[in-house]
Design a protein around this ligand. Structure first.
Ligand code: PD2
Ligand code: ZN
Length: 295
């Protein structure tokens, strides 16, 4: 005779298999009782088994019906790094110059510094660059190489990190201002915009879902922040705008515009552009900060 102890995991599997073949629960209950299982125990067992099976099937259906996350549109988590530390508006950072915060916004994260470079430093950066400018490129997200693009019409050049004591002095000031290791900065880029030239709105991070992102990300990870240093004051135009947030920062000699993006996603509202120069010319130096050491 089968006793109460005979209700085993196999009994459970057998009941489920029979139900799924279409046998009636009442008939199964009767079989259990016929085989000597106490009626009350058999009813409790059948109830538990069928309820648990129903829950299992509901969970399976919910997982199956939930749309699979789309790797292109899914919102990535914020990068889990220590962020550059930026002081509040109105305060000063004790560097080798008296730099202070003129404007600060949380979303997008934007900070404008005044007096970051001296007039002499701005003039020297322009003087060192003038004879080595070539047409600016963008990263081709299919191949990872760079290419010309009608949305970026400036010319530019770059200084390797620490290329000279003068360049290193500026880079060390950036390190101290943002509390961001020197080694996690890209080469200093210099850009020149003549009348009508611009850099249409774009993101400075790379889209990690694009095939061309891998070689970029292999050298220091994602870009996390940008510092745009204005080397002159254009006669007219040439501001930096953030169209998704609806504001523009005027290009003003010696000021530095900082913005960061905590993940490579438009939700950072960090899309920005170099507005067309309407008169005169515009010179900037840019420093991009990476997640990790850049080489
Ligand atoms: O020229 C600018 O104002 C500017 C602003 C932001 C340039 C860039 N980003 C860039 O080169 O990415
Ligand atoms: Zn940019």
């Amino acid at each position: 005779m089968i006793t109460h102890a005979a209700i085993t995991p196999e009994t459970r599997s057998w009941v489920i298999a029979c139900i799924e073949k279409g046998e009636s629960p009442d008939a199964l209950l009767q079989t259990l009782i016929d085989r000597g299982i106490d009626e009350e125990a058999a009813v409790a067992f059948m109830t538990r088994t069928l309820e648990a099976r129903l829950e299992e099937l509901k969970e399976k259906a919910a997982t199956r019906d939930a749309p699979a996350p789309d790797p292109v549109t899914a919102i990535p988590q914020p990068l889990s790094i220590e962020w550059p530390s930026v002081i509040p508006a109105g305060s000063r950072r004790d560097l080798d110059r008296d730099v202070h915060v003129m404007f600060s916004l949380d979303h997008p994260r934007v900070v404008l510094f005044q007096n970051f470079l001296s007039d002499a430093e701005c003039d020297e950066l322009i003087r060192l660059s003038r004879d080595r400018m070539t047409a600016s490129h963008v990263i081709d997200m299919d191949s990872g190489n760079t290419r010309a693009d009608s949305g970026r019409t400036s010319s530019g050049t770059a200084f390797a990190r620490g290329e000279s004591p003068f360049i290193e002095r500026i880079e060390r000031r950036i390190e101290a201002l943002l509390q961001w290791p020197y080694e996690r900065g890209e080469a200093l880029q210099i850009l020149r915009y003549e009348v009508g030239q611009e850099y249409k709105p774009h993101y400075d991070y790379v889209d990690p879902t694009q095939p061309g992102a891998a070689p970029f990300l292999a050298r220091g990870g994602q870009r996390v922040a940008s510092l745009v240093m204005y080397l002159n004051t254009p006669q007219d135009g040439g501001g930096t705008n953030f169209p998704d947030a609806g504001f523009e920062i005027a290009a003003h000699k010696g000021c530095a515009l900082y913005f960061s993006y905590d993940r490579p996603h438009p939700m950072t509202r960090s899309r920005h552009g170099g507005m067309p120069v309407r008169a005169g010319e515009k010179w900037v130096a840019t420093k991009w900060l990476r997640e990790a050491e850049h080489h």
